[in-house]
Design a protein around this ligand. Structure first.
Ligand SMILES: NC(=O)c1ccc[n+]([C@@H]2O[C@H](COP(=O)([O-])OP(=O)(O)OC[C@H]3O[C@@H](n4cnc5c(N)ncnc54)[C@H](OP(=O)(O)O)[C@@H]3O)[C@@H](O)[C@H]2O)c1
Length: 340
């Protein structure tokens, strides 16, 4: 089979190449999936640049890509509830990274049935950003109906999903984006869209119950300026907080270094009697199944910016790396036009 592989750390052109590889064999708790579509995420570009070295040790060549939508072609001997012919989607675990390929194996615990009303291209854009939003807003922030949430970068892959999820909970949603994206981000359901090219959200907002920070750096710290007392700041880009570092099982020395990096955030949270947590999303088939049902009921809708063919995969990486994607960037193994 053909697979996109990373052969070294570097930029997109120097580190990625198509190679032939053996079709993998499903272990006892795995399924073999024939890929129909994948999506790219910023973490894939971070991996190429070597920014995940402290948490992943690569043995080159190594597969790339974490989102899957496809058809099961074989199941391991302990797999229950799935059969060949089933259409599924997943965010694969880190040990299965390599979804930009014709086939791959997926742990059954990370799998969910593909929503029947979505195409494979639409489904492939959901798992990583969907689980990120679900785990951040529902599991960690515990967002409640009627609460006010600020979601930064509403036009991104994560933001366009998080706006819809927060609205489905019944929250009042404020988001930031640039002028060109204001109208379509509003159409996703945001109650207030702040054009960061023209307005300063720090001057406009106060008393937010939750801030979902997708930008990191100063944005994570500034979140506390618009947070109400007792509010929650959840970041997917800020510094790793001590609790998350411990839950990830990081070593003592690394945890000490990280604690220094997050100390201003922890101090700011304390001053507001609030919470600061960073989320490192995890593959989770049960949560993905819940999200899939929201698509099936048309409460959530996929947001796709561009779709690339398998052969154009490097272009998909480059487009995402521009930082200007509007929703998801998809790679289809089926060609550009696809039946529902
Ligand atoms: N910790 C985790 O588990 C986890 C999981 C998923 C993602 N992430 C991280 O979350 C971040 C977002 O991911 P993504 O998939 O949404 O990325 P993305 O799709 O590449 O985000 C692109 C979007 O960001 C917007 N943007 C850029 N700068 C902005 C600013 N200053 N204010 C408002 N919007 C801005 C852009 O809109 P404009 O063109 O209008 O500026 C664009 O639409 C990434 O850094 C990613 O690594 C972390």
């Amino acid at each position: 089979m053909k697979a996109l592989k990373m052969t070294r750390y570097g930029d997109i052109n120097s580190s990625l190449e198509f190679q032939s590889a053996e079709i993998p064999i499903a272990k006892a708790s795995e399924v073999l999936v024939r890929m129909h579509a994948a999506s790219v995420n910023p973490v894939d570009n971070m991996m190429l640049r070597g920014e995940l070295k402290s948490v992943r040790r690569e043995v080159f060549p190594v597969g790339v890509g974490r989102d899957v939508s496809g058809e099961i072609v074989a199941v391991g001997k302990n797999v229950k509830g799935y059969s060949p012919g089933d259409m599924v989607f997943a965010r694969v675990g880190e040990e299965h990274v390599g979804t930009i390929a014709e086939y791959l194996t997926v742990d059954v615990a990370h799998l969910a049935p593909k929503p029947e009303n979505l195409s494979h291209s639409e489904s492939a854009g959901i798992p990583l950003v969907g689980l990120t939003s679900f785990q951040s807003l529902i599991k960690i922030a515990d967002l409640k109906p009627g609460e006010k949430v600020l979601i930064h970068a509403g036009s991104g892959g994560v933001g366009s999903m998080a706006i819809q999820l927060a609205k489905s909970i019944g929250a009042y949603v404020v988001t930031t984006t640039s002028s060109a994206n204001v109208d379509w981000v509003k159409a996703l359901g945001a109650d207030l869209v702040i054009d960061y090219k023209k307005e300063d959200y720090l001057q406009l907002l106060s008393d937010m119950d939750v801030v979902f920070d997708t930008l990191g750096g100063q944005y994570a710290l500034d979140a506390f300026k618009v947070l109400k007392t007792g509010g929650r700041v959840v970041s997917v880009k800020g510094a790793l907080d001590p609790q998350t570092a411990e839950e990830l099982g990081l070593g003592w020395l690394l945890r000490k270094i990280l604690a220094l990096k997050s100390r201003k955030l922890i101090k700011a949270a304390k001053a507001k009697s609030g919470l600061y947590r960073m989320v490192i999303m995890e593959a989770n088939g049960e949560q993905l199944r819940e999200l899939g049902e929201l698509y099936q009921r048309r409460i959530l809708s996929p947001v796709i910016d561009k779709t690339y063919s398998f052969d154009q995969s490097k272009e998909a990486f480059s487009y995402l790396a521009s930082g200007r994607a509007k929703g998801k960037v998809i790679i289809t193994m089926d060609g550009m036009t696809e039946e529902q």
